[in-house]
Write a protein that binds this ligand. Sequence first.
Ligand SMILES: C[S@@+](CC[C@H](N)C(=O)[O-])C[C@H]1O[C@@H](n2cnc3c(N)ncnc32)[C@H](O)[C@@H]1O
Length: 194
Amino acid sequence: MRDKPDHYSLQAQREGYPARSVYKLKEIDEKFRIIKKGSNIIDIGASPGSWTLYVCRKLKGSGNIIAVDLKALGSGMNCQNLKFFKDDAFSKSFQETAVKTGPYDAVISDAAPSTTGNRTVDTGRSYNLAEDVLNFALKNLKSRGNLVIKIFQGGDEHQLLDIMKNSFEVAKIFKPKASRKESFEVFLVGTGKL
Ligand SMILES: C[S@@+](CC[C@H](N)C(=O)[O-])C[C@H]1O[C@@H](n2cnc3c(N)ncnc32)[C@H](O)[C@@H]1O
């Protein structure tokens, strides 16, 4: 249980974002320049929609956003160049759509499994999701495209990082300030797909 909203939650409320997680993407974007105007972007694990809204505001009507989640987006997602799919990102039907609407300038994924409290199970499920996102990105990113993937730290994230080091100009593990200290999430960031 968290006692009271922190600085980031309050800022998200003020700025009209449905979740404080927006500031993780903002920090990653400011450091690695992930989102550029006119881009075609896919947001995997998008609900309630703060990353989607950040991208939408940054694109200012240019480019396209494809967002997918098992759950619906929050209300008030006013974005003309957004197409949202309520689906499993790795279902056959969505994958067919996602390949057709690509290739992408950026693949961003904050997707996370529902947690059980068993760290081994949770990190294993997060790894599987992250691996699926990486495989999707390797096939569907444009040359010079960018990638952000959330993963729960468990040791194996370095295996994915090693693959990314061979496929991107820059590949790093990054923990944004907005990511709670007690959370074991980190982000794999790749820029400049080779
Ligand atoms: C931390 S939340 C994302 C928050 C979002 N980035 C935001 O800023 O509002 C993680 C999301 O991943 C979604 N998710 C997990 N596995 C998924 C899958 N296979 N396909 C689509 N969404 C998935 C969950 O439903 C959950 O909504």
